[in-house]
Design a protein around this ligand. Structure first.
Ligand SMILES: C[S@@+](CC[C@H](N)C(=O)[O-])C[C@H]1O[C@@H](n2cnc3c(N)ncnc32)[C@H](O)[C@@H]1O
Length: 295
């Protein structure tokens, strides 16, 4: 064997032996093989050509997020068997993806009919062991206690990841209930309720773990309302540290947009605004509060 080939073989053998799995405490990504994770997005611009419809997912609820968001977030910020807490469970996209990726999940949803419907997506063993669905108001102390009780049964004192996908104020009205964040009498009240939900999530989340907020902005009374950045501010006030603000392209992921595209373009041209093509996915971490430097 020529010397150079012999050296290569030894190097290859050495590499295979000496490289142990290297992971962070909050995911299963092997950093010693980081080049293999090509599908994991690390940029701040996310675009998906179409909505995932396999693995139990379907577009059965106006306002549900595309499953690829859950795939990205759970792979990046959870380990196998971790508990994901989703305080606006809706049609259960987070729960389905948690099951597919062998994570556990607690989902809270205000509407009883949605809780009944989503429960039918899981088998009875899954519902007893890994997927817990609670009907309740995520802003309330009572619901927080119920979640804590479920965590205890699941053998944990905290959740390991938090997902918040609230109504985007009143853009889609989900119910007539007074506790519903889509049914607030003003945007200020929406921010107040959002902050209460986020605080419950913060208290239930394990230290140093991550949270994701999925939210879009809105127009009202001929002006732009930055729901996303206002909610980010509330997250920071509670104690979360912002880690990333991702802009996600929403064109093509929604049913009706194509049909009304021309109408919106006309309205934009005549009204001086731009048509929404994005929403935000914001990433936060529950870190120890650092002393803020005085100006
Ligand atoms: C944007 S949707 C979430 C969709 C979900 N991510 C999915 O993929 O199906 C918001 C959900 O929050 C629920 N909701 C509104 N106010 C709530 C509250 N105070 N507590 C719990 N759920 C609430 C609504 O009924 C609605 O189903």
């Amino acid at each position: 064997m020529p010397i150079s080939s012999k050296k290569k073989a030894i190097n290859k053998a050495t590499l295979e032996v000496v490289k142990p799995v290297k992971t962070k405490p909050y995911n299963d990504i092997d950093l010693n093989n980081w080049k293999l994770y090509e599908n994991i997005k690390t940029g701040t611009w996310w675009e998906f050509s179409s909505r995932e419809k396999t693995g139990g997912h379907s577009y059965d609820y106006h306002g549900n997020y595309i499953p690829q968001i859950a795939t990205q977030l759970l792979t990046r910020y959870t380990k196998k068997n971790d508990i994901v807490l989703d305080l606006f469970f809706g049609s259960g996209t987070t729960g389905i993806e948690a099951r597919n990726l062998e994570r556990r999940c607690i989902g809270v949803e205000l509407k009883q009919e949605m809780v009944n419907y989503v429960s039918s997506k899981f088998n009875s063993k899954e519902l007893v062991v890994d997927i817990n669905i609670i009907q309740g108001d995520s802003a309330s102390e009572k619901t927080k206690e119920k979640i804590q009780a479920r965590l205890d049964i699941m053998g944990e004192s905290n959740a390991q990841f938090l997902i918040l996908h609230p109504p985007y104020d009143d853009i889609i009205k989900f119910s007539d209930k007074k506790e519903d964040l889509s049914n607030c009498s003003s945007t200020e009240e929406f921010y107040e309720l959002f902050k209460k939900v986020a605080k419950n999530g913060y208290d239930l989340l394990e230290q140093n773990r991550f949270a994701a907020l999925i939210i879009g902005d809105k127009y009202a009374n001929s002006r732009y309302i930055s729901l996303g950045f206002e909610c980010q501010k509330r997250m920071e006030e509670i104690g979360f540290t912002t880690k990333a603000v991702i802009v996600k392209n929403i064109t093509g992921n929604e049913k009706a947009k194509g049909k009304t595209a021309n109408l919106w373009r006309y309205r934009a041209l005549s009204g001086g605004f731009n048509v929404f093509e994005h929403e935000y996915i914001m990433i936060f971490q529950k870190t120890k509060l650092k002393r803020v430097r005085k100006k």
